[in-house]
Design a protein around this ligand. Structure first.
Ligand SMILES: NC(=O)c1ccc[n+]([C@@H]2O[C@H](COP(=O)([O-])OP(=O)(O)OC[C@H]3O[C@@H](n4cnc5c(N)ncnc54)[C@H](OP(=O)(O)O)[C@@H]3O)[C@@H](O)[C@H]2O)c1
Length: 40
């Protein structure tokens, strides 16, 4: 399935990672990509 996860907090990251492991196509949305990339 193609799945979108909004938010890169603990819940969003955990769900996105597991869904991707299971073979789903996961897209993650975040409010501010530059801030999120700097944080990670
Ligand atoms: N963690 C758990 O074990 C757990 C269990 C059951 C239920 N929940 C529920 O799941 C939800 C998320 O939990 P979490 O632990 O992942 O929280 P979190 O770590 O605080 O992450 C929430 C994410 O939502 C985004 N966000 C915050 N304020 C926002 C706003 N005003 N508009 C749009 N996006 C916003 C942010 O992502 P960006 O910075 O990437 O935009 C933030 O990182 C909560 O409602 C919580 O009650 C969590």
């Amino acid at each position: 399935m193609r799945i979108a996860v909004l938010g890169t907090g603990a819940g969003g990251r955990c769900h996105a990672a597991r869904l991707a492991e299971l073979g789903h196509q996961v897209t993650i949305g975040t409010r501010d990509p530059s801030v999120t990339l700097a944080r990670t």
